[in-house]
Design a protein around this ligand. Structure first.
Ligand code: AMP
Length: 561
């Protein structure tokens, strides 16, 4: 079975194509969203999902979240004394989703379609692919998140060329895509975005408002306090999506500090972030050559689009209400499942094909001589331009800069900047050329496929020689089997204990957050539940779990009174 997976910054979700439609798959706790969080316990057991996220405030040094923002980087994340690459952490989340899908569907999951932000560069896409492989999944396809969202909204059923704008504001990334269908082919005409803008930045706005109201320090030295304050800001932000004001409350220096934050205050302070939403929308429309009033549908995805401020902004930008028929956190996984159905060649979707676009320009660095005869090096010569429909193959001719030059050396870059230093270096190339008295012609062909793998062919017509290279991360790809074995040997919390561990984590967080009577209640609940767990009676445990969860709900909700 092939599943569709939305590997999100904050939450992930898995879905499958079943009985002619895309369906979400619940995790061990019966929930459709699994937090993209990993935590390690003192006895080196790995927790993933809710059980891990609940420990973020109480065990920040043992818990990792938002690691999707680091995908593609080789800088390890330390969880206590264990080193993980961001892709290792993602692979643990994927492994949990795989296991949940296998339990729910009663079939082995062999492959997956995984979604990535349209703005992910090659390195980030390759890291995502490796995360899948490390989790024991054959990654059939990486699909851009907005493409998946458009599929979930049934764009494949549209008959005419009807542009469709997908506005995706997640936890850490913002993507705008213009998607359309023509002749049964779904095509992303343009995409733009900001991979440094997301719901978390709006949480920071709340945090800053609370800081100045409560005179809290600008930076919390205590990691626990920082995590607690962040969690409080997140709750306040969500409450502001439902009402006109909400209480921010945090325990600091042994006292509970609370302040009221109104929607008006939040809207005012978030204005610079709202302003940043505009440029990618305009760029996508100009790259795709589509006007706002020609858009047939505006689709909102990503948890942060639930903020009324964001919805009002979109409505104002386009002069009409966006389509919010699907839960904004479910659309991408559902679309990935539609694509998984395509991969499995399900008859009911066989007619639909999909194309994608190149998210960034790809090219090489060249030297140019300016009007004064001075040589300028490190200039970017794009070969495949951004938003070119994939798969694409483009050829460009270059010449060596000096007579008798024995070789050419250049870098392959991804980005938009004129000076290559500001772009991402993918690989350096060093190729011999036959020394000639005049300069030598060099033909460079870039071929880029839908899964983001780049093939570079360099031909020297004078010698007839061709050099081919495929861009992938050698360092990390080499030892993938070894790394898979290392990850597989980690002690993972058994699925049937996930709910109990999440409850313990939550009760511990309440114990740390509250004072006085509430803290006592949290302590009592912890003691009681740990006692029942020791008894190892599954029925008693299940009953206690429900009871303790209800009491924790009450404790947490009273926080706002
Ligand atoms: P995603 O990456 O799509 O899962 O988006 C998660 C982001 O959505 C996080 O920054 C959340 O804080 C934010 N989010 C989720 N629910 C809400 C809500 N009800 N109101 C405001 N923001 C929300």
């Amino acid at each position: 079975m092939i599943v569709g997976i939305d590997l999100g910054t904050t939450n992930s979700a898995v879905a499958w194509w079943h009985d002619g439609e895309a369906k979400l798959i619940p995790n061990a706790l019966g929930e459709f969203l699994t937090p993209s969080a990993v935590s390690i316990t003192d006895d080196e057991e790995i927790l993933v999902g809710v059980a891990a996220r609940e420990r973020q405030t109480t065990h920040p040094r043992s818990t990792a979240t938002t690691f999707k923002r680091l995908m593609g980087s080789t800088k390890p994340v330390m969880l206590q004394k264990t080193r993980f690459l961001p892709e290792d952490l993602s692979s643990l989340v994927l492994r949990n989703l795989k296991r949940d899908a296998e339990v729910h569907c009663g079939q082995e999951v062999t492959g997956a379609v995984i979604t990535v932000p349209a703005y992910f560069n090659d390195r980030q896409r390759r890291a995502t692919r490796r995360a899948g492989e490390l989790a024991g999944l054959k990654v059939k396809r990486l699909v851009n998140e907005p493409t998946a969202a458009a599929l979930a909204y049934g764009i494949a059923d549209r008959e005419d060329r009807e542009p469709f704008l997908v506005f995706d504001l997640g936890g850490g990334t913002f993507d705008v895509s213009i998607v359309e269908v023509f002749d049964g082919i779904v095509e992303v005409r343009a995409s733009a975005g900001d991979n440094r803008l997301g719901g978390e930045d709006f949480t920071d706005v709340i945090l800053n408002l609370a800081r100045s109201a409560l005179n809290l320090p600008a930076a919390f030295e205590d990691l626990h306090l920082a995590e607690q304050a962040r969690a409080a800001a997140e709750r306040t932000k969500r409450a502001l999506s439902e009402g006109e004001s909400a209480t921010f409350s945090v325990l600091w220096n042994g006292e509970q500090h609370s302040t009221q934050i109104t929607a008006a205050m939040f809207d005012g302070e978030a204005a610079p972030l709202i302003e940043r939403l505009r440029a990618p929308v305009l760029r996508a429309m100009s790259d795709g050559n589509v006007r706002a009033d020609a858009m047939s549908e505006i689709v909102l995805v990503g948890g942060a689009t639930r903020m009324p401020l964001v919805r009002r902004t979109v409505t104002r930008m386009f002069g009409r209400f966006p389509n919010t028929a699907l839960h904004p956190d479910h659309a991408i996984a559902l679309g990935a499942a539609v694509q998984a159905g395509l991969v499995e060649r399900k008859a009911d979707l066989a007619e639909v094909r999909l194309t994608d676009v190149c998210p960034h320009s790809l090219g090489i660095d060249v030297m140019e001589v300016d009007q004064f005869g001075d040589a300028r090096t490190g200039l970017f010569a794009p070969i495949i331009e951004r938003n070119t429909v994939l798969p694409a193959s483009r050829l460009k001719h270059f010449r060596t800069s000096m007579p008798m030059q024995p070789k050419v050396q250049f870098g392959i870059y991804q980005g938009e900047a004129r000076n290559v230093i500001a772009n991402v270096l993918l690989r350096e190339v060093d190729i011999p050329v036959p020394p000639q008295s005049a300069s030598t012609q060099i033909d460079c062909r870039f071929t880029y496929d839908v899964s983001g793998l780049l093939e570079v062919d360099v031909t020297i017509p004078a010698s007839g020689e061709t050099h081919q290279l495929v861009i992938y991360d050698e360092d990390n790809d080499d030892n993938i089997e070894e790394r898979r074995a290392a990850l597989a040997s980690l002690k993972i919390l058994p699925r049937d204990q996930e709910r109990n561990r999440a409850i313990i984590g939550r009760a511990e967080a309440c114990f740390e957050t509250f004072l006085g009577e509430k803290r006592e209640v949290a302590g009592e609940l912890l003691k009681y539940f740990e006692g029942v767990l020791e008894g190892q009676d599954p029925r008693a445990i299940a009953e206690a779990a429900t009871e303790v969860s209800t009491q924790l709900d009450q404790l947490e909700s009273e926080r706002y009174l």
